[in-house]
Write a protein of this length. Sequence first.
Length: 133
Amino acid sequence: MKPTHIEHLGIAVNSLEDSIPYYEKLLGISCYAIEEVKDQRVKTAFFQVGQTKIELLESTDPEGPIGKFLQKKGEGIHHIAFAVDNATDALQNAAAKGIDLIDKASRKGAEGMNIGFLHPKSTHGVLIEFCSK
């Protein structure tokens, strides 16, 4: 498993309504998609920057993963996502190398991607996501 590129950087924000105009002004580009991922209790907004995306993440539930992150750490970078050919295979490959997983198999995420996360306790404190179409 080799990543093909950084798929996106996930940034936790308190409010998409406040954050989208800021990033549009900062980057000089428009948000191209807003989507709610109900099972992850999050609303997302995407910006395309070259081959990489910026994903803004607003919690829809204070007890969800982004809600807890915001309560503990505040706004900021939440995760880095790598594009791979097959997210489940990438997760299994990581597990075989002794890396702790959050997801043993991929699941559906925003933009119809198959996603899976590695546990940050095994990745030097960085939440890493694998994404595949």
